[in-house]
Structures are given as structure tokens and as C-alpha cells.
Design a protein around this ligand. Structure first.
Ligand SMILES: [Cu+2]
Length: 108
């Protein structure tokens, strides 16, 4: 009885993993270090996740130049965004406007 319960659970977990991998895009990591986005320019597809990892001891933001989003990234934190629109999108840090980056987003 115990053994069969376990195998049913494994089956459900495998099925869920399949659904997740079919739907989710890739995660692209942009590191924030020494007052810079690294890499400053990344390519992504609609549905991908951009994850900013702030390893500085200073607070930053990732703010879209067109105002579409504004992520607060306190020192030592990380923040994520799922890209929903194709196009070339610049972004910057509101605290240090000379910190800039670019997302090149292609259709799925
Ligand atoms: Cu900054």
C-alpha cells in the first residue's frame, strides 16, 4: 500500500515537470556588479525570464526606458521579469542613470 502510493506520487511529479518545461522559457541572468549590468546587452525570446542578481553592496534598479517596468534591486537581492513583448528595449538604473542595459527580445 505504501509502495504504490509512492509510485503514484512520482508519476504526478514527472507529469508536472513536463508541463513546466513545455511552458516556461529560459532564464537569462544579468549580474549587477561594480555599478554595471553584466552583460549589458542580452538576447531573449518572448516568454523568457530575465533575472537580475545584484551582488553590489549598493541598491540599484532595472527600469525600462519606456516606463513599462521598474524593478527595485536592493543590495544583495535578485529580481525577475518575464518578457512579454518583442523588440529592442533599453533600461537603466534610476539611482545611477549611467548604468544602462539592453534587452533584444525576439518573437517566440
Ligand atoms: Cu544603480
Amino acid at each position: 500500500m505504501r509502495a504504490s502510493g509512492f509510485s503514484v506520487l512520482s508519476f504526478v511529479l514527472v507529469a508536472l515537470a513536463h508541463v513546466a518545461s513545455a511552458k516556461a522559457g529560459e532564464t537569462i541572468v544579468v549580474k549587477i556588479t561594480d555599478l554595471a549590468f553584466v552583460p549589458a546587452e542580452v538576447s531573449a525570446r518572448v516568454g523568457d525570464t530575465i533575472e537580475w542578481v545584484n551582488v553590489d553592496f549598493i541598491d540599484h534598479t532595472a527600469t525600462a526606458s519606456n516606463g513599462a517596468w521598474d524593478l527595485a534591486l536592493p543590495a544583495g537581492s535578485r529580481g525577475r521579469l518575464v518578457v512579454k513583448q518583442a523588440g529592442v528595449l533599453g533600461y537603466f538604473c534610476r539611482v545611477h542613470p549611467n548604468m544602462t542595459g539592453t534587452l533584444n527580445v525576439n518573437e517566440k
